[in-house]
Design a protein around this ligand. Sequence first.
Ligand SMILES: Cc1cc2nc3c(=O)[nH]c(=O)nc-3n(C[C@H](O)[C@H](O)[C@H](O)COP(=O)(O)OP(=O)(O)OC[C@H]3O[C@@H](n4cnc5c(N)ncnc54)[C@H](O)[C@@H]3O)c2cc1C
Length: 379
Amino acid sequence: MRFHFPIFEFPPEAEALRAEVRAFVTEELAAGRWKKGGDFASNYDPAFSQRIGARGWLGMTWPKRYCGHERTMLDRLVVTEELLAASAPVAAHWIGDRQSGPLLLRYGSEAQRTEFLPPLARGEIFFSIGMSEPDSGSDLASVRTRATKVDGGWTLSGRKVWTTFAHRNHYAIVLARTGDAGAQRHAGLAQFIVDLKSPQVNARPIVNMAGQKEFNEVVFDDAFVPDDRLVGEPGGGWTQVTSELAFERSGPERYLSSIRLVEAALACAREKPTPRVREALGRMSAKLMALRTMSLAVAAQLQNGEAPNLEASLIKDLGNAFEREQIAVFRALASDLPKHSDDYLSALAQTTVYSPSWTLRGGTREVLRGIVARGLGLR
Ligand SMILES: Cc1cc2nc3c(=O)[nH]c(=O)nc-3n(C[C@H](O)[C@H](O)[C@H](O)COP(=O)(O)OP(=O)(O)OC[C@H]3O[C@@H](n4cnc5c(N)ncnc54)[C@H](O)[C@@H]3O)c2cc1C
């Protein structure tokens, strides 16, 4: 068996947590603190991140000595799926909580953990991922941003693209070349914690298809990065970057992007669903349950310290296909919905405009399928 998706159930304490998160969401909505259905760019809300930080829902699995909460990956999954299903404004803390924090926990120095993890867990600082470059996205080993050793640190020069929220976040973990690769393509890379407000770092938003400022081009113009901001060892960048990917690829954000559309369609059809609507809902619910079970299995494996990279790649690919299928299905059902609410129309427009990005962010479909094929021994 090359893939491993053991069946897990959420334990009773996770279900108690779910009730707590739902009550919190209801309270937030009743207080009008945010509205359901914002797009990703308008879902950037530092005050919300601080509120959930105060509840102990950021850095949930991290040790208490870094202001984490020593809860399980399954508890974390409960919180993320509930917040995503409610389209809560999670964008500010999303990357730091999901992958920069765990990366620092695993490879960072004690000083880095002490400096960065507590404010991350409180929702006070936010991180970006600085991997992709103009000529280097899928093939990350080809990055050209260079870090040159100088007294007391490194100078960084080069350019990153698609760096989500670099114009608003505080730091990015940047993958750069510290040495020549030589015969081994994956050698000579390192990761640095870069202060995005430094004068030699310039983040310029790239307006997306929806007209929103979400991702950026980031230029490093001989930006000085002190020695103590190197994460891990020079040369260890490749292993570190690939270890982030299971965190990035397996979560519910990979199959809940279009859930808002399903909810809006359901609300229109609730009173008298036609047989076609019933059939579609049944089919989509079964797929959703399968994806959720797979995601739960990956969360449990991460909890056990395993690195389920293949399983995570499979979930992302299947999840993205599912998200797109949902849009096609619920658009085709438009004539079965007795009245088209504003919510349905705006959800349809929003998911249609954003959906092309879903199969790109976090690794393209072709690349993921390549990983899956390798896992099956086909290449
Ligand atoms: C909304 C969004 C947010 C993003 N946020 C970030 C971020 O915060 N930080 C960050 O670093 N990056 C980010 N990205 C970038 C994303 O990770 C890259 O777009 C992605 O990795 C693909 O890289 P590329 O765009 O350079 O395309 P390329 O790598 O140039 O790929 C172009 C096409 O060729 C195909 N292809 C490439 N290699 C192979 C291969 N070996 N076999 C078969 N087909 C192949 C790809 O599948 C794709 O269809 C974001 C992207 C999006 C859309």
